[in-house]
Structures are given as C-alpha cells and as structure tokens.
Design a protein around this ligand. Structure first.
Ligand code: NAD
Length: 420
C-alpha cells in the first residue's frame, strides 16, 4: 500500500512518537488512536446530460473533547477513508495546539472537480450536504474549504443546510461552515489566512534562528489557496520565489518569479504551465532548487525518501497537511534541515475560521487589521510554545507540537473522565 493510501498509519506513527515521549495515559491513548465517528455516504447526482452517477463522500469526526468538530471538505479523485481519517486527526491536534475551542474532523468526496461542470459541482456539493444531514451543525461539526473547494462550495453547503430549518432559525445556522464568501458571512482575511499564518509562524521561527527572511529565497509546491498566498506574503517580506509547481507542471527562474504575476496567470490559465517569465523544469530539478525555504502546499506525501536527498533548502515549512513522510523527515533532520510541521505552520486557516465562526455567532464584523493582528498573536504564541517544548524535550519540531496538543487533550480527559 502506498503512503498516500495508508495515510492514517503515518498519522498514527506521529501520534505514537509523542504519546510515548509524554508517557500518555493509556485510556487517553486508546481513545485518541481512532476517530469517534466515521460517516460514509453514497449519494446519487444528476449529470448535465441527464444521466445519474453515484458519489462516495466521507466525514470523519476524530474528536470533539476540545469543542465542536472542525475541518475541511476535499474534492479530489484520491480521497479515501485512510486519508480522511489522518486529516481529521491532524485537525484535532491543530485545534488543541492552537488552543482553539474546536475538535477535529475532515470530509471529502472522491471525484476530480476539473472533469465536471459548475452546475454538476453545485449538485454534488448540495447532495453531499443533504446526505450528511444533521451529522454537521453550527455547534456540532463545522466544515471549511480544503483542496478542490473554496468559498463557492461553502456557500452552497451553507445554503443547503439552512433549508432544513424554519425561516426564523436560519440566520443562526450560517456558521455551519466557515470559509464562506464575504457577502455570505465570511471573514475578511480568511482567503489568505493559511498562507498568512504560515508567514507569521516563520517570522517567529526565523527570528529565533537568526535567519532573516528579507533577502532569502523560497520555492513552492502547489500554487492554490495556501501556496499562492504564502508566496505573495513571503515576497512582501523581501523573499524571492525561485520555483513553483502544481498539477500542470513545474517552473523555475533563478532571477525570481513575481508571485502576484504568477497568481494572476494561474487564475486565468488554471495552472503554472506555460508561464512565460520562467522556464519549465522537471520534478527532480524542482526539488533540487537552490533556495533557503521549501513550502510544500499541495498534497500529502510529496516529500519522501525518493526525493528527500534532492532538497537543499534550510527549512521545509509545511503549508500542506502531511507532505513529509516520517522516513524522509528523519533524513532531512539528519542533514540539519528543519521541518516546521503542518499542525503549526498551516494552522492559520482554522484560526481565522474560528474568527469567522465567532463573528457569525455574535453578528460582528471584524476589519482586516483586527483579523491579522489576532492571527499574529495566536501564531506567535503557538510557535514560541513549540520552540520552547522542542528545547525542553530535546525533540524535533513535529514531536514538540504533538506533545503540546496531545498533552492538552490528556489534561481535559483527566479532569472529565469518561462516561459512565
Ligand atoms: P487548492 O486546491 O487551492 O490547491 C492545491 C494545489 O495543489 C493546486 O495548485 C494544485 O494544482 C496543486 N497540486 C495538485 N496536485 C499536485 C501535484 N501532484 N504536484 C504539485 N502540485 C499539485 O488547495 P489548498 O486549499 O491550497 O490546500 C493545499 C494543502 O494545504 C492541502 O494539503 C490542504 O489540506 C492544506 N491546507 C489548506 C488549508 C486551507 O485553508 N485551504 C488550511 C490548512 C491546510
């Protein structure tokens, strides 16, 4: 079985390492080792040509001890049970690490949205939401965007969910999803939140390491929501992008690629391929890019023992969830390359989702300055915490982050016990 097909085994290995290190209470270890609920739905959708197709959708609710289940919805052809379980567990750790009063969940539908019309995608989204029914809810389980979904799909989910309520109750249900458009209850700054949070986190990390961002270089894998925003914000800090890749291919330019210009090109053409101000490069050349920072922001298991040796960067800052396999991570560490883990580096998304949920609940509207300021405070606090934990436990950054997250959940369980 490939890493990708068995992602939950990878997530479990990370959990076990931290659990062993903190000598986790056996009851808590048992509870956290599997998700609380695994929901699989098969639902029919009418295609544009009048035919019908059955789709398989997942919602995995890993843990809600720390607050309502929270996590994205992925539309991608490789979505499978093991993958969604791993992604749900990482959401639990992420919320706990950040101290956000949410638990962890993830969902997805196994199909490639690029092969379907917008009308078909809308029907798939709505029918999936309907199939989930009250397995989601504004105080129970709150989806958000992930790979292949964005504000458009979140608004369709919100609208479908709202239809299940009386008109007088509907307004209070809009926070059933986050990552909505601004017009439909979204928060300012949510679109760039994950990239912004990644840069806030790296700000703190680089200051501790005495490594200036200004004048540095980076390259990005995946130029979607996370990758393209991270690139634009890194550029604004005076760092230069030397290569970028996505599902269409990889491009490089040793003199630098303008992140705004590339984002505009990708928005128009659908991918980085054919971008005239850089040359097309092979994957081996891409991984071997001579830059200080590598930001994997595509899918999981993209940094493996097959390509790890090519990486020359000083830092791998995980924008994606689970991009680095444990074997590759150990080898990178042995070569002195720091991997700043997903549950810390990409937690800006769930953090601003939390801000959106709070704004909806209280009928508030925060300005962008407030969103960024609050995000910076939370990213700084959690990054400082991980650095401190790493020093005191003499462990790698991911294990330190996991120790903090799992340790927090352990304390909660110790106070509450289990029913009956
Ligand atoms: P997205 O759909 O906006 O972008 C995904 C990008 O990955 C696209 O550019 C796509 O072309 C690229 N890609 C796909 N296959 C590839 C391949 N084989 N090689 C290189 N690139 C490839 O998704 P996103 O929301 O930016 O999510 C990216 C990653 O970040 C995922 O791991 C996701 O779970 C994680 N993440 C997202 C958020 C968020 O707020 N959106 C938050 C935290 C973590």
């Amino acid at each position: 079985m490939s890493d990708h097909q068995n992602l939950f085994a990878m997530a479990t290995a990370q959990f076990t390492k931290a659990a062993d290190l903190i000598n986790l209470n056996p009851m808590v270890r048992t509870i956290l080792s599997e998700p609380q609920n695994e929901i699989i739905v098969n639902f029919p959708v009418t295609m544009d040509d009048g035919s019908h197709r059955l789709f398989k959708g997942y919602r995995i609710q890993h843990n809600n001890t720390h607050g309502p289940y929270k996590g994205g919805i992925r539309f991608h052809e490789s979505v499978n049970l093991s993958e969604v379980k791993a992604l749900a567990a990482w959401m639990t750790w992420k919320s706990a690490l950040m101290g956000i009063p949410f638990g962890g969940a993830k969902g997805g539908v196994s199909f490639n949205p690029r092969n379907f019309s917008p009308a078909e995608i809308q029907r798939i989204t709505r029918r999936f939401t309907y199939a989930l029914g009250n397995n989601i809810g504004p105080e129970y389980d709150i989806p958000a965007p992930d790979v292949g979904t964005g504000a458009r799909e979140m608004v369709w989910m919100m609208d479908t969910y709202m239809q299940m309520f009386n008109a007088s109750e509907r307004n209070q249900t809009r926070r059933v999803v986050t990552g909505k458009s601004l017009l439909n209850g979204g928060s300012l700054g949510r679109d760039k939140a994950t990239g912004q949070g990644l840069v806030f986190c790296f700000d703190v990390w680089s200051q501790h390491a005495g490594f200036p961002i200004k004048g540095s270089t980076f390259f990005v894998q995946g130029f979607g929501n996370v990758g393209s925003h991270a690139a634009r914000i890194m550029q604004a800090r005076g760092s230069r992008m030397l290569a970028a890749s996505d599902h269409t291919g990889a491009i490089g330019n040793a003199d630098g690629i303008d992140a705004h210009d590339l984002a505009a090109y990708v928005a128009q053409k659908g991918g980085v391929k054919g971008y005239a101000r850089a040359k097309e490069i092979q994957q081996t050349e891409f991984y071997h890019t001579k830059a200080d920072i590598f930001i994997p922001a595509a899918l999981e298991c993209t940094v493996t023992i097959d390509n790890e040796a090519l990486i020359q960067a000083k830092y791998v800052v995980e924008g994606a969830n689970g991009p680095t396999t444990p074997e590759a991570e150990a080898k990178l560490a042995a070569r002195g390359i720091t991997v700043i883990p997903d549950i810390l580096a990409n937690s800006g998304g769930v953090t601003v989702s939390y801000f959106e949920w709070v704004q909806n609940k209280n009928s508030e509207l925060w300005d962008l300055e407030k969103v960024d300021e609050e995000l910076n405070i939370m990213m700084t606090r959690s990054t400082e915490g991980v650095i401190e934990e790493m020093k005191s436990r003499k462990c790698d950054p991911r294990t330190a982050a996991m120790c903090l997250a799992v340790g927090r959940l352990e304390k909660i369980y110790m106070e509450r016990g289990i029913f009956p």
